[in-house]
Design a protein around this ligand. Structure first.
Ligand code: GLP
Length: 239
């Protein structure tokens, strides 16, 4: 078993343990045991405890109070919408170390499908970024992103840092997004890059993301390896 899957396995076990404790003996706003106590209870590292808590916080099951600790959320918190994360944040919350390999950064004219989603006129200038996204050094996703040229000119993209971090620094903090998730099978190029057999199943998540003003700033198609990635969300019958 690789280090990557061992790490994931451990934090998922810890998260499941904490979920059971909450269900059995804790109520809304009760404090969870401290990080140190959880490290001892589950005999795991601080990083594993933090990854487990980050996952539960993403689900809305717990919340952190800076400098105080972690507390059990209330049912309305649990029913909140899934969090909009960058690849970097998503991987850290799953206990992986994220990295990227840039495959392409280019200036392109928006074709109709891109222009419609970004609120541009077909032919307007866009920056296209294609990256292989890695988790603990192993391929996890293949991502193609289009941004209006004025939001991020291709020359100014920093290949080494988070795209969402750069957008925030430029005044285009991603605030909300519409997503569509569907199944795909991988062709020769994408299966080669993702290091899985030709024809493997994968999960494609298409996202149109907007800044706080509601202006679309990103259209992304991200293809996740079906054997390494699953997408979770809390759902509720309350309207
Ligand atoms: C996810 C999203 C993409 C987004 C990317 C940014 O993968 N599906 O739409 O472009 O995160 O990630 P980062 O900020 O780590 O570069």
């Amino acid at each position: 078993m690789s280090t990557a899957s061992k790490t994931r396995h451990k934090y998922e076990i810890v998260a499941a343990g904490i979920r059971a404790t909450i269900a059995d003996s804790l109520g809304p706003n009760d404090a969870l045991p401290s990080e140190r106590e959880l490290m001892e209870i589950y005999n795991v590292s601080r990083m594993t405890v933090r990854a487990a808590i980050a996952r539960l916080a993403d689900e809305g099951l717990v919340y952190n109070v800076h400098g105080s600790g972690t507390y059990v959320g209330s049912p309305d918190l649990f029913a909140k919408a899934p969090k909009l994360t960058s690849f970097t944040e998503d991987m850290v919350s799953r206990g992986y170390a994220p990295s990227s390999r840039v495959l392409e950064v280019s200036r392109v004219a928006a074709v109709a499908a891109v222009a419609t989603r970004l609120g541009l006129t077909p032919g307007e200038e866009c920056t296209k970024i294609r990256r292989l996204r890695l988790a603990d050094g192993n391929p996890m996703a293949l991502e193609t992103v289009y941004l209006p040229g004025g939001v991020l000119p291709m020359e100014e993209f920093d290949a080494k840092s988070s795209l969402y971090g750069q957008l925030t620094d430029r005044g285009y903090e991603i605030h909300r997004a519409e997503q569509e998730i569907h199944a795909v099978t991988l062709d020769e190029e994408s299966s080669g890059l993702l290091a899985v057999p030709l024809g493997s199943a994968a999960l494609e998540i298409d996202r149109v993301a907007a800044d706080r003003r509601g202006h679309p700033v990103e259209y992304a198609r991200t293809i996740y390896r079906g054997d390494r990635y699953s997408f979770q969300m809390a759902v509720s019958r309350e309207s």
